[in-house]
Design a protein around this ligand. Structure first.
Ligand code: ATP
Ligand code: MG
Length: 183
């Protein structure tokens, strides 16, 4: 078998580690000189600590690293997490989809679409949108799709599927989300 790029990865499941696996792969790929495109879906707001580093990487490697985040803010002060989709949430998802398709049409070695798997379950995108993404992938582009609830039809088309299994999570004993560890 040849060792060229072009495989489809899926990081899914209820356990912790999907987004951070995608970010880890970015670091490894950058080290190897690959050209990377990273898009976050449904991740509005500026409280994700990794963004500070990604902004720096974008400046250090302008030709090798591109990233963009889409989504409205879901965490509301004193109200908790907002689950219902607003028109603005849907519009952001469409913009993210458009950008993902644009990157897939360009020459990238690795494209990571964070939380895209979840968007079908949450009603932000449709299964056909995910299918369009897979169909748009160029032969030599490695594609990584992360997020819970990956649709079976998408799973069946992947070359690598890792399911993060929730065996134990500190949230169950009341440890709340911590910057630098959970976001
Ligand atoms: P990470 O971003 O840490 O790699 P993830 O991408 O696998 O986690 P998501 O499903 O995107 O996890 O959920 C994001 C948030 O939910 C993170 O703050 C994470 O710590 C938390 N989380 C992940 N899995 C669990 C779980 N099984 N129980 C409670 N919280 C969880
Ligand atoms: Mg995640």
């Amino acid at each position: 078998m040849k060792n060229t790029l072009g495989q489809i990865h899926i990081y899914t499941g209820n356990g912790k580690g999907k987004t951070t696996a995608g970010l880890g792969l970015c670091i490894r790929a950058l080290g190897a000189g690959l050209k990377i495109g990273l898009i976050f879906f449904d991740k509005g707001g500026n409280f994700y600590a990794e963004r500070k580093v990604l902004d720096k990487l974008k400046k250090i490697y302008p030709k090798k690293f591109f990233y963009q985040a889409f989504g409205e803010v879901r965490m509301q002060k004193n109200k908790g997490f907002r689950f219902q989709n607003t028109p603005a949430d849907l519009a952001q998802a469409q913009l993210g989809l458009k950008q993902a398709l644009k990157l897939l049409n360009q020459k990238f070695d690795l494209i990571i679409l964070d939380e895209i798997n979840t968007t079908v379950k949450t009603g932000l995108l449709e299964l056909k949108d995910l299918q369009n993404i897979i169909d748009a992938k160029q032969k030599n582009t490695e594609l990584v799709l992360t997020g819970r609830y990956c649709p079976k039809k998408i799973i069946s088309q992947a070359d690598l599927i890792t399911e993060m299994k929730d065996i134990k999570h500190y949230a169950m004993k009341g440890v709340s989300v911590r910057p630098g560890i959970d976001y």
